[in-house]
Ligand binder design. Structure first.
Ligand code: ADP
Ligand code: RBF
Ligand code: MG
Length: 202
């Protein structure tokens, strides 16, 4: 089982400084906290507090999931084991996120992430699934996935049809592409976390 790493804002800033990358604003993507929050429908102060801690770094082995991502949705998602899911803060809101990811310390790609219970499928167990915006020509099971969760896109929800769920994820992907091109978020791609051999929290 891969090591679980969760590093918050401070460490991210340290990691970036140690590479002599200029200090960046690691807080959430929204400039106007209150206005943006209303639009997400996330009201609790715990939620706000948690999201203000982003970026969040995590890593773990890629394991088998529900077998639906590629087959039913055409959007493969690399699933983390339960151990990693449980290591993430409980107050991290369920929903769709965007960020950066790599596999076995390889190239870093844009990604979208789902955290939650997949209400369309009424899952009994919480999952954390990463779709990288890259075409791999092989499966990645057993390899180590590292992710940097940069920002929140929307809460998870159910849909009337599979097509609507797919359309929503496709829209998440388009939004993520644009957001990750913004300079402050693009810099996180260079975080030493993605190339480090050992868990940096040790
Ligand atoms: P599972 O239900 O086992 O997670 P999916 O149908 O969701 O299966 O497919 C995910 C698997 O496909 C990943 O575990 C990985 O091995 C592989 N994969 C291929 N391309 C990607 C990608 N771009 N992003 C995430 N996983 C990918
Ligand atoms: N599943 C849902 O039931 N509701 C959602 O709102 C939802 N949003 C997602 C957003 C993203 C960016 C991704 C990658 C997945 C999302 N999923 C959602 C999970 C999807 O149902 C799951 O990846 C597949 O069922 C394969 O496990
Ligand atoms: Mg999957």
């Amino acid at each position: 089982m891969g090591k679980v790493i969760v590093i918050f804002d401070k460490l991210a800033r340290y990691a970036l400084r140690s590479q002599r990358i200029p200090q960046i604003n690691c807080s959430l993507t929204w400039g106007n906290h209150i206005k943006r929050h209303r639009s997400t429908g996330l009201e609790s102060s715990d939620t706000r507090e948690m999201l203000s801690q982003l970026p969040l770094f995590a890593s773990g082995e890629i394991v088998k999931g529900f077998g639906r991502g590629s087959k039913e949705l055409g959007i493969p998602t690399a699933n983390f084991p339960l151990e990693v899911v449980k290591s993430l803060p409980e107050s991290l809101p369920t929903g769709a996120y965007y960020g950066w990811a790599n596999v076995d310390n390889g190239p870093v790609y844009k990604m979208v992430l789902s955290v939650g219970w997949n209400p369309f499928y009424s899952n009994k167990e919480k999952s954390v699934e990463t779709h990288m915006l890259h075409n791999f020509n092989c499966d990645l099971y057993g390899q180590i996935l590292k992710i940097c969760i940069v920002g929140f896109l929307r809460p998870e929800r159910s849909f009337d049809s599979l097509e609507s769920l797919i359309a929503a994820i496709r829209a998440d992907i388009e939004q993520a592409k644009g957001l990750l091109d913004e300079a402050d978020k693009a810099k996180l791609k260079e975080a030493p976390f993605f190339t480090e051999k050992r868990c940096p929290s040790k």
